[in-house]
Design a protein around this ligand. Structure first.
Ligand code: ZN
Length: 251
């Protein structure tokens, strides 16, 4: 089975459409949350995600935009985007986002999906040390996570003796790129597909992964999209300027 894993789309329709067009053939779609927040197309992106996906976990922006958590925990720019999103979502999309389940979700054997981490849906896994401590306790060999908007993977062996970090090694910073990681039978992996709608790893291209469960391969992808178009829509929606400018920096 080939699984398309999407995360942190953040209401960026241009980036989502570019990724779907570039994605190789797949059997299922798993969505790791933060469907909305920051971008100018929360309804279109929610509807497209609903039509695609069978597996969802909720993100902190999905929770805040639907009133499940207060906006107090967000920085001022993110909070403005949360409030704008809440005011612009249709009742049907608000209901869908509010009902998305909390991770971890185990949709198929030996694989779990979370937004932040398996121990806390809002945790940012940003260091190898944090990742390895989570992996040492992981009950399944493969965990997909999002939330940090940074594409890559961490692994440990089954004896918790050897560990490593995988930073996709693309041949070019331009155009569509892919990088395949072969999973070791005895390893445990934390895999972040990166963010579709607001990458923060210095590469402005939209990010996703495809996991081939039979070949035991995770392929990381980067896809250019019409950033200027997404930026113009953010500005004309009256959302904070920073949400537009950061898209071209990938930060
Ligand atoms: Zn996010």
């Amino acid at each position: 089975m080939r699984i398309l894993v999407l995360s942190d789309i953040h209401a960026n329709l241009e980036a989502l459409e570019a990724c779907l067009e570039a994605a190789p053939e797949h059997d299922r779609v798993f969505n790791l949350g933060d469907i909305v927040g920051y971008g100018a197309n929360p309804n279109e992106v929610t509807e497209r995600s609903r039509a695609l996906g069978s597996v969802f976990v909720r993100g902190n922006h999905d929770k805040a935009s639907t009133g499940l958590i207060p906006v107090d925990d967000f920085n001022p720019v993110a909070a403005l985007a949360v409030i704008w999103t809440r005011e612009n979502l249709t009742p049907e999309n608000l209901d869908f986002l509010r009902d998305m389940p909390q991770g971890p979700i185990i949709p198929v054997d030996n694989l779990q999906c979370v937004h932040g981490s398996p121990r806390d849906e809002d945790e940012y896994v940003l260091t190898a040390r944090e990742a390895w401590s989570i992996l040492a306790q992981a009950s399944v060999p493969v965990t997909f996570f999002g939330h940090t908007h940074i594409q890559g993977a961490y692994w440990i062996d089954d004896r918790n003796e050897r560990e490593g970090v995988v930073d996709p090694d693309y041949t070019s910073a331009r155009g569509k790129q892919r990088f395949t990681l072969s999973l070791n039978e005895t390893g445990k992996y934390l895999v972040n597909p990166g963010s579709i709608g607001q990458p923060r790893d210095g590469d402005p291209r939209a990010a996703f992964v495809v996991y081939d469960t039979k070949a035991k391969e995770v392929t990381f992808h980067r896809v250019p999209y019409n950033i200027e178009h997404a930026q113009r829509k953010i500005l004309s929606a009256g959302l904070p300027d920073r949400l537009a400018t950061r898209l071209s920096e990938g930060r």
